[in-house]
Design a protein around this ligand. Sequence first.
Ligand SMILES: [Zn+2]
Length: 212
Amino acid sequence: MPRPWIPSPTLKTSFALHGAAALGTLAAPALWPWALGAVVANHALLTVAWLLPRSTLLGANLTRLPTPAAARNEIALSFDDGPDPEVTPQVLDLLDAAGVKANFFCIGHRARQNPVLCREIVARGHRVENHGDSHSKAFAFFGPGRMHADIARAQETLANITGSAPRFFRATAGLRNPFLDPVLAALDLHWPAGRVARSTRAKPTPRLCWPA
Ligand SMILES: [Zn+2]
C-alpha cells in the first residue's frame, strides 16, 4: 500500500531554489552567475547528504532501534548481496550457532536464481529485505522511473518467494539518491541506516540481534 510522500525540508528547499534560480535568470539574465552558484552549492549539499548513511536530509532514516530493543542492549544485524549458494548457508549456520537473528538484504535476480535458499533464510527465523533487483553500480544515478522499476521488481520477487513483502530497502553501496524517497513511499518501503545505530554504539557489549 503506497503511503503519502512528504518531501524533507532539504528537498523542499532544493525544489524552491531551483525554481527561483530559473525564474531569477529569466527575469534578470545578468544575475545568472549568482543563480548558478546557488544551484551548485545546493547540489554540493545534496551530494554530502547522499554519502552520509545516517543523514535524514533526503528523507526519513531509521537510525535507532525501538526503545525496548535498545533497552535490551540489542543490535540490528544485516547482510547484503545474497542469497549466495556458497556463503549464505555458512552465515545461516553461524547465526544458528550463535542463537541470533538477522536481516538479509537480498538482490532480486539472485533470489530468482536461489529461491529455495531465500525461503530457508525465512524458515530459520530471519527476515528478507530488498536490496534492489539488478544491484547495478550505477543505481545511485538512476532516474525515478528506472529506480522504481528496479526496486519494485525485487519487491515482487522477494514477496512471491518468501510469502512476505520486505519492509526495508537498502541501495547498492548504501548511496541515497535524492529521487529515492518518493519511490520508497510509493512501494511502502523504509530506509534503514547502514551502520551501527547510536543507541547501540553507546552500549559496550551488545548481546542480541534484533530482527527488524
Ligand atoms: Zn550490495
